[in-house]
Write a protein that binds this ligand. Structure first.
Ligand SMILES: [Zn+2]
Length: 339
């Protein structure tokens, strides 16, 4: 996650300031019987141990050329174990990793799941962004051999912290975007706090904070592609086969629809989803809200021990649920203009 973006008019403010649209929080009580949903009910279950192992294996600064190369070796080795054929895609300042599992209906397009793998200097980046990388790898394991109408694409971006360079290089390839129907970008999905007042909100926030605790997962999308956000609103429905004791582990989801591609809210543009918005491709950012919540942001203390296991695992399950839903549906993901 970037600290700030170089956008004309940015006042260096933080994340949710001056959101002009209503945001909603969806809390689904554990006891409430859930509507049967074929797509969501068939979503596979994440493994907490596998997720946390990825974060342990990536417990080093990923800043220099050598460190980022080592990181790519880990990611591509894991992808090959799951049957994927990752490709390294060089650009002037770095190297992205891309992989694809083709769907049964080419016309249905593709869904991309992505996270950046680099860190700032002097931080091992457990939350920022080994947590996001771990979730993409878990999506790769769980959905790699699944047959779905839509194509599943994975990307691991380099040089996000240097100014979204990897994602900008990715979207500069026009043919790649033609069949892309939505991007799910994760940046910092592993930190939660449960003491009163631990979650910060900028003054003048036009939403009712769900609580004064940092226990929710934020999903930020553009208003031109609301069905992408809707997939996350219904993502807390767990498979009926999952025992009740696990259901309470899913964090509440705070969805934030952002109009005008974030023009009025430059602080909603601080990660790799923003280049997709600029190209007219629907994209969501899934995040724990970064420096509004964690005291370890961009610090040497962003270590695996500070990852909140239950929140992180729940966040990963929400992403797997929403991704599964989107891969199995054929609906158009653009927001339809009113008749
Ligand atoms: Zn960052």
């Amino acid at each position: 996650m970037l600290l700030a973006v170089a956008v004309v008019g940015s006042r260096g403010s933080t994340f949710f300031e001056q959101l002009p649209s209503p945001a909603t929080v969806e809390r689904i009580p554990v006891e409430t019987p859930q509507p049967e949903s074929k797509e969501v009910n068939s979503a596979p279950q994440v493994s907490a141990n596998k997720l946390l192992t990825h974060i342990q294996k990536l417990n080093f600064q990923r800043y220099t050329t050598t460190e980022r190369s080592l990181t790519r070796t880990y990611i591509t080795t894991e992808l090959r174990k799951f049957g994927w054929k990752p490709k390294l895609e060089k650009f002037s300042e770095g190297v992205n990793i891309f992989a694809e599992r083709v769907g049964t209906s080419i016309a249905s397009g593709a869904i991309l799941v992505a996270a950046h793998y680099d860190t700032v200097a002097l931080s091992p980046g457990a939350d920022d962004n080994a947590s996001g990388v771990a979730v993409v790898l878990e999506v790769a394991r769980l959905l790699g051999s699944r047959t779905t109408p839509r194509t599943l694409q994975l990307a691991f971006f380099d040089q996000e912290e240097a100014g979204l360079l990897g994602s900008q290089a990715f979207v500069s390839k026009a043919p790649r975007l033609q069949n892309l129907h939505g991007a799910i970008v994760m940046d910092m999905v592993g930190y939660a706090c449960y003491t009163a007042g631990c979650q910060k909100y900028p003054a003048g926030l036009p939403l009712t904070p769900p609580s004064d605790k940092g226990d929710f997962l934020a999903v930020i999308g553009d208003t031109e592609h609301l069905p992408l956000l809707n997939a996350f609103q219904s993502s807390q429905i767990l498979p009926s086969t999952v025992p009740n004791k696990h259901k309470s582990n899913l964090p509440p989801v705070l969805t934030l629809p952002i109009p005008f591609k974030g023009l009025l809210t430059p602080d909603t543009l601080r990660s790799d989803h923003a280049p997709f918005w600029y190209q007219g491709v629907g994209a969501v950012l899934v995040t724990d809200t970064a420096n509004l919540r964690t005291p370890h942001y961009h610090k040497p203390s962003d270590v695996p021990a500070t990852i909140e296991r239950s929140f992180f695992t729940g966040a990963a399950q929400i992403v797997v649920n929403a991704t599964t839903t989107l891969l199995e549906k054929n609906e158009i993901l653009e927001t339809q203009p009113p008749n």
